[in-house]
Design a binder for this molecule. Structure first.
Ligand SMILES: C[S@@+](CC[C@H](N)C(=O)[O-])C[C@H]1O[C@@H](n2cnc3c(N)ncnc32)[C@H](O)[C@@H]1O
Length: 246
């Protein structure tokens, strides 16, 4: 049921995207994570959305990209926004909890903003690790813990849970004409499950799965790192961590 609710929410949010919102999503993605060399590589992206990360992979020279998303409409969006590369793109509707690929199938595996919405997040990570080939890279992005902003969001989520989604969605659309902003607000308010982590929690997942070269992306996007005020406001920030599978 939770999985279905998650799919329905994101299908609605990404179905609103227009060219401007998609271009913005690509820019935002660039501000979180700098791609490694993916030229000639077989890649997996399990974050769907409208497929912004997938378009980055193709532009960086990926040989072939597979996209998995839980939402039916999101799969259509990914195909729509990545038409120029349709011959090298495979999109499947499915869950990160159980990926229909053999062990070690991909050189590069990415999933941003997904596993923290699962009932059992570590299971999602283990699947991503399973399909990464030895020597390949796995990257995940998850919400960090602590901070005033996540606390405020948790309070707003309680209030939103008392109000119908359709009403709040309409109000948010009045205030924000950009579909990307609508996505941000309604995602924060209505996604059914939110887990938050410390960097060391996620490092441990990688270590337990036998990864080396575990590094955190220090790029700045909506969060900044290092300053006291940022720490008070954003806590651990957004944690994008990558590792190389042994
Ligand atoms: C927060 S959005 C991330 C979007 C992306 N970071 C962007 O900005 O374009 C989460 C995405 O993961 C997908 N998703 C959620 N749960 C999933 C699951 N269990 N398996 C695969 N995809 C899932 C949603 O449908 C949605 O497209």
């Amino acid at each position: 049921m939770t999985r279905k609710q998650t799919a329905v929410l994101y299908d609605d949010l990404f179905d609103r995207f227009d060219e401007g919102a998609f271009a913005f999503a690509v820019k935002e993605s660039e501000r979180y994570y700098a791609l490694p060399d993916v030229r000639g590589k077989r890649c997996l992206d399990v974050e769907g959305g409208a497929g912004a990360f997938i378009s980055r992979l193709f532009q960086a020279g990926a040989l072939e990209v597979h996209g998995v998303d839980i939402g039916e409409k999101n799969c259509v969006s990914v195909l729509h926004w990545n038409k120029p590369w349709k011959d090298r793109l495979v999109v499947k509707q499915g869950s990160v909890e159980s990926l229909e690929y053999p062990d070690g199938f991909f050189d590069f595996v990415h999933s941003g903003g997904v596993v923290h919405h699962l009932v059992q997040p570590e299971q999602g990570f283990e699947e991503l690790a399973r399909v990464t080939k030895p020597g390949g890279l796995t990257v995940i992005g998850v919400y960090g813990r602590g901070g005033l902003m996540p606390f405020t969001i948790s309070v707003l989520r309680r209030i939103a849970s008392l109000l119908p989604y359709s009403l709040v969605s309409r109000v948010v659309s009045w205030f924000f004409s950009n579909p990307y902003s609508q996505y941000l607000v309604l995602d924060f308010l209505y996604v059914p499950i939110v887990h938050r982590y410390r960097e060391e929690d996620i490092r441990r997942w990688y270590e337990d799965a036998g990864y080396t070269d575990i590094t955190r992306s220090r790029l700045h996007a909506r969060y900044t790192y290092g300053s006291l005020s940022a720490h008070l406001f954003h806590g651990e920030g957004y944690i994008t961590l990558q590792g190389r599978k042994r």
